[in-house]
Design a protein around this ligand. Structure first.
Ligand code: 3PG
Length: 311
């Protein structure tokens, strides 16, 4: 019997990516079941029985999810961050969890510069802005996304520093600093590229935020949870020279707006309406097709490269 693969994405993929997933499933004789743009966990839970493989994005896969998936053997998060998956619950039920590292990294890196240029050129309002050439950018977290950011930064003739907890830079593309505080002190722009996990949650705290240089810019295309949002509010209010740029609206955005007032908020905070770092056709195709291939590799050959839970 052909294995059923469920593509469950509350935030739909590009149409071409879904077509590419369908073609890849066809080739592998998988039966593809699609659940896109669903509105409730119940809808998702109803679709799970019978599925051997599952592809998700930031969709929540908690213990309840796995309880509704008695036939599931492998779930792939089409993307990098797997903080939406309860790894322990998956392990308990013998389900392999994988991500697709690097497949959407360039999309996120390009958005960093899209947002940065939008701010640097005063939201295209015609007033004089500033150039990126000659500025220093600090990458907090030095995985594949940071490597893409560093590549683009070099094109702008920026100087690139990095800090990661392991002290390693996955691609050797920037000068590594030995402390994250130093990164905040030395760089004109700090861009966050760490995963959200027990070690990183709230790690951008009051102390680090206060270390930002005069006129400093903090960019967050990683996760809301890595910033202490109360401290962010306080530091933005105390320092009109700072800017916070993100595609993940802070959960206290209304409080920040009230504390700063409309005019300062417009100058100091840049947010997009939705999280959109990985929202490109290329990233959607790369991540989703890689997910199908990883499911096949696991089911047919036991290949667990990119498994992120304890087997
Ligand atoms: C990731 O972790 O890969 C990115 O944050 C993309 O997430 P998304 O699939 O929800 O857009």
């Amino acid at each position: 019997v052909s294995p059923v693969v469920l593509l469950a994405a509350a935030k739909p993929l590009a149409r071409e990516a879904v077509e590419a997933v369908a073609a890849a499933c066809d080739e592998l004789s998988f039966i593809l079941k699609k659940l896109e743009g669903y509105k409730s966990p119940e809808e998702l839970h109803k679709a799970l029985p019978g599925s051997t493989g599952c592809i998700i994005r930031s969709d929540k896969a908690d213990a309840d999810f796995f309880d509704h998936a008695p036939d599931l053997k492998v779930i792939v998060r089409a993307g990098a961050g797997y903080d939406n998956v309860d790894l322990e619950a998956a392990t308990k039920r013998g389900v392999c969890v994988m991500n697709t590292p690097g497949q959407n990294a360039n999309a996120v890196a390009e958005l960093v510069f899209g947002l940065l240029l939008y701010h640097a050129r005063r939201r295209f309002n015609g007033c004089s802005g500033f150039e990126l050439k000659g500025k220093t950018i600090g990458l907090f977290g030095c995985g594949r996304i940071a490597a893409n950011v560093a590549d683009i930064a070099r094109g702008f003739q920026m100087t690139c520093y990095g800090y990661s907890r392991s002290g390693r830079c996955q691609h050797g593309t920037c000068s590594m600093l030995s402390s994250s505080d130093e990164l905040f002190q030395r760089c004109d722009i700090v861009s966050l590229h760490m995963p959200s996990n027990a070690q990183s949650r709230g790690c951008v705290d009051r102390e680090k935020l206060s270390c930002l240089k005069k006129g400093g810019i903090l960019i967050n295309t990683a996760r809301q949870e890595v910033i202490d949002e109360d401290a962010l509010l306080e530091v933005l209010a105390a320092r009109p020279d700072l800017t916070y740029i993100t595609d993940i609206k802070p959960s206290n955005v209304d409080k920040i707006r009230t504390a700063l007032g409309e005019a300062r908020f417009a100058q100091q905070v840049v947010t997009t309406p939705v999280k959109m770092g990985a929202q490109t056709l290329e990233a959607n195709v790369n991540a989703a097709v890689a997910a199908v291939q990883q499911i096949a590799g696991y089911l047919f050959h036991g290949d667990n490269t990119y498994q992120v839970n304890v087997p």
